[in-house]
Design a protein around this ligand. Structure first.
Ligand code: BGC
Length: 747
């Protein structure tokens, strides 16, 4: 039954009551409409334990902690993310949960955003493709996803009130793009409206966002739920297209809604719609939960978490093949850093879950190399420690490094530095850790650094001094084992940066406008976010977007690209030229030199993973939809492909381009009709218009003047109407309109 039918028999009071939660995690049950249980979160289920506080922040039932999005984003692996989504769906079903509150797909505008660990990338294509896979996986189990946070929620500072001020082109091309893809590809059961305002209007009360765009343009058929506590005015929210206010408001919002309908301030049809969608969701959840719940096998999910972590680790540097280490070798290994023993594997806030178990890198390294070869020193404390204590910890670690053949040092951000709810202030690692690194490097040059961090950290002070550098992000509960798999070569690393590691904070695109002021965040860098900005400014970076090394090498050859029906067909041969099998992430970028609109030098338009045995070679083909080349025209309010010779690049990172092809692409030119407000230069650029204007000017001196290039350069921007009223010319608006309307348009 459709929503309106389900609620036809209900009273206004009953319908209004459906529009808000029963508790923190359930919707209301009214007559035969059942209650829906929802639960965080993006990388594991956070279902509050019996007797825990209502919000579950003090403890939740054990669930598999998969790698958070910051790590999964670096896998670039659609199939993997789909399988993780499916496992989340299985765990949700097993726990009686109907909707999983994720994935989070906001873009990483600034590396300082405190919640970047919950998001995939600085690029909307990766975010959209991986987010889509995650939703497909979750929903394949008869459980709904909740796409969040819609939209432009890219900072935590003042998140309940601040307004993201964004121009329409930037909004469409960057901040809405992934939402659009996932909504149209997957029809997530729910979309979560964000806390913030967009151009002055709360996302939860935004009629254009929630209704005109989401339903009208994109055809969304699911339910819009508010983020927890995101509704300021329930009447505006329901009127704008929000369906469900969460968590429970204790009935207060229901009463306000009833009153507004009775006063005529809110159409009852809006309440019918919202209640109908809640009823529809309840039906879907009931149907999804029918039959036997799938079996949730903790061991199998842990194995998947380990595979996912292994595929998300990014090998940033590997000078003289210091890695992988030989598990059967004899060299002594110093493991330094408390994080090897006490891993940081997820971020804080609503996504923090209670893992079913936890692998620790130290134990896993011992597992590979044997107790005799491995020694450990914590080197620093996580959390507060006295200065004296720190000095002795450092001395102990340095002495160990000096006696050992190779050092693996674990560095990373403390938990209290990154969390939902606030942003970071800087990109620095704790000073006690970098001081320790300096001390270790002074006594041993064979150093491998392993990083644990949810947001990028600055490595530019020392990256050139360490032969081995691994970006370990936050890897979930099996991260410790996955790191050991990579260190000892059981897994050949294939992760790629889904965000740039900048040289320094002041280089980053949003530096001057983060986190905003006076309640506004001006997205003044526009479309130039992440590598789009670093490339446009030609700035050096520590490690570019798309970068990641392997223990083998890949050669690219014979790249070709053609326009193919409704898109581009790109082919390239990839050969594994090294000694072991490996996975290469083939990346395709496009640029349009001389474009009429501002564009980054390159933007990602496609990617694929190819897995090759040593010596194996394969032709890879990518079909890239034409829409990947489009830009959003803010005046015509539509997507448009500009005609021209596009530079298509294929490579191993955004700054390691291995093949370049120029491809002529036909455009959908914007046809702007000439009007009396068109400039003189615009009129002169159209031969027929130019001739007609000359005819009208007849023997007036202006006729000759406008043919002189120097004069045209000076007065070319003058609207033709004003020129036509100059003394002696005196051409009327009517004459101009009549003349121009008979001419072809200008492109
Ligand atoms: C977060 C959401 C989360 C919700 C429920 C909010 O604070 O922004 O991502 O799903 O809480 O825990």
């Amino acid at each position: 039954m459709a929503g309106p039918e389900l609620v036809r028999e209900l009273t206004l009071r009953e319908k209004a009551s459906l529009t808000s939660g029963e508790t923190a995690w359930t919707t209301k049950s009214v007559r035969e409409i059942g209650s829906v249980v929802v639960s965080d979160g993006p990388h594991g289920l956070r279902r509050p334990a019996e007797g825990a506080d209502e919000f579950g922040l003090s403890g939740s039932l054990p669930a598999t902690c998969f790698p958070p999005a910051v790590a999964l984003g670096s896998s670039w692996d659609v199939d993997l993310v789909r399988r993780v989504g499916r496992a989340l769906g299985v765990e949700a079903r097993a726990a009686g949960v109907g909707v999983v509150l994720g994935p989070g797909i906001n873009l990483k505008r600034s590396p300082l955003c405190g919640r970047n660990f919950e998001y995939f990338s600085e690029d909307p294509l990766i975010t959209g493709v991986l987010g889509s896979a995650m939703v497909a996986g979750i929903q394949s189990q008869g459980v709904g996803a909740s796409l969040k946070h819609f939209a432009a929620n890219n900072a935590e500072h003042d998140r309940f009130r601040s307004s993201s001020e964004i121009d329409p082109r930037t909004l469409r091309e960057l901040y809405l793009r992934a939402f659009h893809r996932i909504v149209t590809e997957q029809q997530p059961w729910t979309v979560m409206a964000a806390y913030n305002k967009i151009n002055g209007v709360y996302a939860t009360e935004h009629p254009w966002l929630l209704t005109a765009l989401l339903r009208g343009e994109w055809g969304f058929t699911g339910l819009v739920v508010s983020d927890w506590g995101a509704v300021d005015d329930p009447v505006s929210a329901i009127g704008a297209g929000l369906d469900l206010i969460m968590p429970s408001t204790g009935g207060r919002s229901d009463a306000v809604i009833i009153d507004a309908v009775e006063r005529g301030a809110l159409a009852e049809a809006a309440v019918d719609r919202a209640a109908g969608r809640v009823a529809e969701l309840a039906e879907r959840v009931k149907a999804g939960a029918a039959g036997q719940a799938p079996h949730f096998d903790r061991n199998r999910h842990h194995t998947l978490a380990r595979e996912a972590a292994g595929k998300s680790i990014v090998l940033l540097r590997n000078v003289d093949d210091i890695l992988p280490l030989d598990p059967a070798g004899s060299e002594s290994i110093a493991v330094i850093g408390e994080l090897a023993r006490e891993p940081r594997y997820q971020g804080a806030g609503s996504s923090m879950i209670n893992p079913t178990r936890l692998d620790r890198a130290l134990g896993e390294i011992v597992g590979y190399a044997g107790q005799d070869r491995v020694s450990f020193a914590p080197g620093y404390r996580i959390g507060p420690g006295t200065d004296g204590d720190l000095v002795s910890l450092r001395d102990e670690a340095t002495a160990l490094a000096e006696q050992s053949d190779v050092v693996i040092i674990f560095l990373g951000l403390p938990a209290e530095e990154e969390s939902e709810g606030f942003d970071r202030q800087h990109l620095e690692l704790p000073a006690d850790q970098t001081t320790l690194l300096d001390a270790v490097l002074a006594v041993n040059s064979r150093v491998i650094v392993v990083l644990s961090n949810g947001g990028v950290v600055r490595v530019s002070g020392w990256q050139h001094l360490v032969p081995g550098l691994i970006e370990g992000w936050l890897l979930g509960q099996a991260g410790g084992a996955a790191l050991a798999d990579v260190l000892f070569g059981a897994v050949n690393p294939s992760g790629r940066l889904a965000e740039t590691i900048p040289f320094k904070l002041s280089d980053t695109p949003a530096y001057l406008d983060f986190p905003g002021q006076f309640g506004k965040i001006n997205y003044s860098e526009g479309i130039f976010v992440g590598y789009r900005y670093f490339d446009a400014r030609d700035l050096p970076v520590s490690f570019p977007f798309g970068h990641g090394l392997s223990y083998t090498t890949f050669e690219y050859s014979g790249a070709s690209a053609q326009q193919n029906g409704d898109g581009l067909r790109l082919r390239v041969r990839i050969t594994n030229t090294g000694q072991r099998s490996g996975r290469e992430v083939v990346q395709v970028y496009a640029g349009l030199p001389g474009s009429r609109v501002s564009r980054p030098p390159r933007q990602l338009i496609g990617f694929t993973i190819v897995e090759l045995a040593a010596g194996e070679s394969r032709q890879v083909e990518l079909i890239i939809p034409r829409s990947e080349l489009a830009y959003y025209h803010p005046i015509q309010s539509r997507w448009l492909v500009e005609g021209g010779r596009y530079r298509i690049e294929v490579g191993s990172s955004s700054r390691d381009i291995r093949g370049m092809i120029m491809v002529e692409v036909s455009g959908e030119e914007e046809v702007n009709r000439l009007t009396p407000s068109s400039s003189l230069a615009e009129v002169m650029a159209v031969p027929a218009a130019r001739a007609a204007l000359q005819k009208l000017l007849a023997h007036h001196p202006l006729a000759a003047m406008i043919e002189d290039p120097a004069t045209l350069a000076m007065i070319g921007s003058m609207p033709i109407r004003r020129l036509a009223s100059f003394p002696g010319a005196e051409i009327s608006d009517g004459q101009l309109t009549d003349l121009l309307s008979r001419l072809p348009g200008r492109s």
